[in-house]
Ligand binder design. Structure first.
Ligand SMILES: Cc1ncc(C[n+]2csc(CCOP(=O)(O)OP(=O)(O)O)c2C)c(N)n1
Length: 576
C-alpha cells in the first residue's frame, strides 16, 4: 500500500472517531500537509467541510459554530505558523468552555528541529489552553493503527465536549506522498467501522442522584448570574427558587436570564443602582450565590468584593476574581437551584426592596432616554424590539456589551445573546458571528468600529450572514473616554486610535449591502430594508448597517444618567 493511501485511510479512521464523538463540522484552512484529512473529509458522509482562508478567522468561526450547536467542531490547518493563528480563538474557547478539536497537520517528526521547510515544533502548541494535546506519530496501515487513531478521535471529541469542555489538540504528522495513488481502497476494517458506529453522541447523561439539600448561609442573600452557557431549563429553575426563597436575581445580559418567559422580575439595573451610595449600603447582602462567569458590570464586581460567596460551577472552575468564594458547588445549576434550602425564613420585603429599586432606576432610565440626544440607549432599544423571538445576537466587547447591560432591560420573547467574554477580546467578532449563524438560529451582530476592522479577514464571511451586522461608527475605541487614560498626551493616537474606515467601500468590496443610520427612524428603516419583516424567516442579503454616534454626546448621556441615579433619593419606600 502506498504512503498516500496509508495517510488517507488513517485520516478516515480519525474522522470516523471524531464523528462518533459528535463532530459534524470541519473548518479548514488551505494547505498541502493537511491533504489526507481533507480527502477523508470530502468522503465523509457525516462531516460538513467549510473552507476559510485565514486561520484566525477560521478559529473564531469554529468557536461560534461550536457555541451555537453545543457540539465539538474540528479545525484543520497545515504545518508551520498556520495553527498559531488559532490561538486567540483557542484561548476564548478554553476560558468559556467551548469544545474545539484542533487538527494541526505536521511534517514527520524526524524533520523537526532540522531546518526543514515550514516545520516548527507544533507539539503542545496551545499549552495550558488545551485540555489535552496528542502527537500520535506517523500514519499506520494495520487494523490496530486505524483502531487507535479512531479511538483517539472519539476520545478527543469527548474530552472537548466535557465535563470540562474546551479545546483539544491532535498534531498529525504526515509523510509524503500526501495524495494516494489510483486504486486506494478506502474501506475501513470492520473493527473500526463497527466500533465507530457505536455513537458517542450525545454523551450519555450520568444519572445524577438528586442533590442533597444545600443549606444557604443565614441572613439575606442575592443570586448573581454572570455570563455562561447554561442548560435551557436553568432559567425556570432559578426563577422558581428565587420565588421560593424570596431572593433577588441579578442577571448579567449574557446569562440568558433577561430574555424569555422567566425573565420577569430579574434585576437588570444594578450597574446604575449601585452607584447610589444609600442603595449600595441598604441592599448589601450577607452572602451571594454566584452562577457563571464574572459579570460585565465593573460596578457590580466591586460591590460584590468582600461579600462571602458560594460559587456554582459544574466544571469545577475557580471563577472568583475577588477571592471571596467560601464554598464551591460542583454540580449542574438547575439541580442546585432545586436543592437550595435556607434556615432563614423567606423575607419578601428583601426581594421587594430590590424590585422597587430596580423599577425606580428603570423609570429614571426611560425618562433619561426620552430626553437624550441619539445614542446607544436608543439604538439598543430599537434593535431589541426588532429581533424576532428565538433569534440570536452577538454583542461585541468594549462599549456595546456595557451599554447593552445598561439599556437592555428584560424582554419576554427569547433571545440568545452571545459574547466572547472569556478573554474579552475585540478580535474575531465577525468570524464568531458567521459561525454562530452557521450552526444556530439567525444571528444579528452589534460591534464597535475598531472591532469590525480588527477582524478584517472575517469580512470574507460577510455573505454567509443571514441577519444584519450593526457597526457603531463613533470614531475609534471610545471606551477609553471612560477610563483614566482619557486626556493623556497622545490619547487620540495611542489609545482611541480611530481608523476612520469607509465602511461603505469595505462592505461593497466584500459583497455586503451597506446602509447608514444616524437616528432611530433611519435605523428602523435600515433594519427594515436589511431584513424585511416578511422575509425574516428566510435568508436575507447580508447587510452592514453603519450607525453613526456622536461619542461625546453619548458619554454625556451616560454620565448624566449615572449622576441622576447616584443622587436620586430613590424614595424611602423603595429601600424600605
Ligand atoms: C484583541 C484585543 N486587543 C485589544 C484590546 C483592548 N481594547 C479593549 S476595547 C478596545 C477598543 C474597541 O473599540 P471599538 O470596537 O470601536 O468599541 P468602542 O470602544 O468604541 O465601544 C481595545 C483596543 C482587546 N480587548 N482585545
Amino acid at each position: 500500500m502506498d504512503q498516500g493511501c496509508i495517510n488517507l485511510r488513517w485520516a478516515a479512521a480519525l474522522l470516523a472517531g471524531l464523528a462518533a464523538g459528535g463532530v459534524r463540522l470541519l473548518v479548514l484552512s488551505p494547505g498541502s500537509r493537511s491533504t489526507p484529512v481533507v480527502l477523508a473529509a470530502q468522503r465523509s458522509p457525516e462531516i460538513d467541510v467549510i473552507p476559510i482562508l485565514d486561520e484566525r478567522s477560521a478559529g473564531f468561526f469554529a468557536l461560534g459554530a461550536a457555541r451555537a450547536s453545543g457540539r465539538p467542531v474540528a479545525l484543520l490547518g497545515t504545518s508551520g505558523s498556520a495553527a498559531a493563528h488559532w490561538y486567540p480563538a483557542v484561548i476564548e474557547a478554553s476560558e468559556t468552555g467551548v469544545p474545539l478539536v484542533l487538527l494541526s497537520a505536521d511534517r514527520p517528526p524526524a524533520l523537526r528541529g532540522f531546518g526543514a521547510n515550514q516545520t516548527i515544533d507544533q507539539t503542545r502548541l496551545f499549552g495550558a489552553f488545551a485540555r489535552e494535546a496528542h502527537d500520535p506519530g506517523l500514519a499506520g496501515a494495520d487494523d490496530a493503527a486505524l483502531k487507535a487513531i479512531a479511538t483517539l478521535g472519539r476520545r478527543c471529541a469527548a474530552v472537548a465536549a466535557g465535563p470540562r469542555p474546551g479545546p483539544v489538540q491532535i498534531n498529525l504528522p504526515f509523510a509524503e506522498p500526501l495524495v494516494p495513488a489510483a486504486g486506494c481502497d478506502q474501506t475501513l476494517p470492520t473493527a473500526v467501522t463497527a466500533w465507530a458506529a457505536d455513537r458517542g453522541w450525545p454523551p450519555a447523561a450520568t444519572p445524577t442522584a438528586a442533590l442533597a439539600p444545600i443549606l444557604l448561609p443565614p441572613g439575606r442573600g442575592v443570586l448573581v448570574c454572570g455570563p455562561g452557557l447554561f442548560p435551557s431549563t436553568f432559567a425556570q429553575a432559578l426563577h422558581e427558587t428565587a420565588r421560593r426563597l424570596a431572593l433577588p436575581v441579578l442577571a448579567d445580559p449574557l446569562s440568558g436570564l433577561r430574555f424569555g418567559p422567566a425573565a420577569d422580575g430579574v434585576i437588570t439595573q444594578y450597574d446604575a443602582l449601585l452607584r447610589n451610595r444609600a442603595a449600595a449600603q441598604r441592599l448589601r447582602p450577607d452572602w451571594v450565590l454566584r452562577f457563571g462567569g464574572a459579570p460585565v458590570s465593573k460596578v457590580l464586581g466591586l460591590w460584590l468584593a468582600g461579600i462571602p460567596a458560594l460559587l456554582v460551577d459544574p466544571t469545577g472552575g475557580w471563577r472568583d476574581p475577588s477571592h471571596d468564594v467560601q464554598r464551591r458547588i460542583m454540580a449542574d445549576p438547575g439541580p442546585v437551584c432545586a436543592a437550595l434550602t435556607s434556615s432563614t425564613a423567606p423575607d419578601a420585603t428583601w426581594a421587594q426592596s430590590w424590585q422597587r429599586a430596580d423599577a425606580r432606576v428603570r423609570n429614571l432610565a426611560e425618562a433619561h432616554r426620552a430626553d437624550a440626544p441619539w445614542c446607544e440607549a436608543h439604538l439598543i432599544r430599537t434593535l431589541l424590539a426588532r429581533i424576532p423571538a428565538g433569534e440570536a445576537l452577538l454583542c461585541a466587547n468594549s462599549l456595546p456589551i456595557r451599554q447593552l447591560d445598561t439599556w437592555s432591560g428584560v424582554r419576554g420573547e427569547p433571545l440568545a445573546l452571545h459574547g466572547n467574554r472569556g478573554a474579552s477580546g475585540i478580535d474575531g467578532q465577525l468570524s464568531t458571528l458567521a459561525g454562530l449563524s452557521q450552526a444556530g438560529p439567525p444571528c444579528w451582530g452589534l460591534l464597535g468600529d475598531l472591532s469590525a476592522v480588527h477582524d478584517l479577514s472575517g469580512w470574507l464571511l460577510g455573505t454567509r450572514l443571514r441577519r444584519p451586522v450593526i457597526v457603531i461608527n463613533n470614531g475609534g475605541g471610545r471606551i477609553f473616554d471612560y477610563l483614566p487614560q482619557q486626556g493623556l498626551p497622545g490619547f487620540e493616537e495611542l489609545w482611541r486610535t480611530p481608523v476612520a474606515p469607509d465602511l461603505g467601500a469595505l462592505a461593497a468590496a466584500f459583497g455586503m449591502v451597506h446602509r447608514r443610520a444616524s437616528d432611530a427612524a433611519t435605523l428602523r428603516e435600515a433594519l427594515a430594508n436589511a431584513a424585511p419583516a416578511s422575509a425574516v424567516a428566510s435568508a436575507d442579503a447580508a447587510a452592514l448597517v453603519e450607525v453613526c454616534i456622536d461619542a461625546d454626546a453619548s458619554r454625556a448621556v451616560h454620565v448624566g444618567f449615572w449622576d441622576k441615579v447616584a443622587t436620586d433619593a430613590l424614595g424611602a419606600d423603595v429601600l424600605a
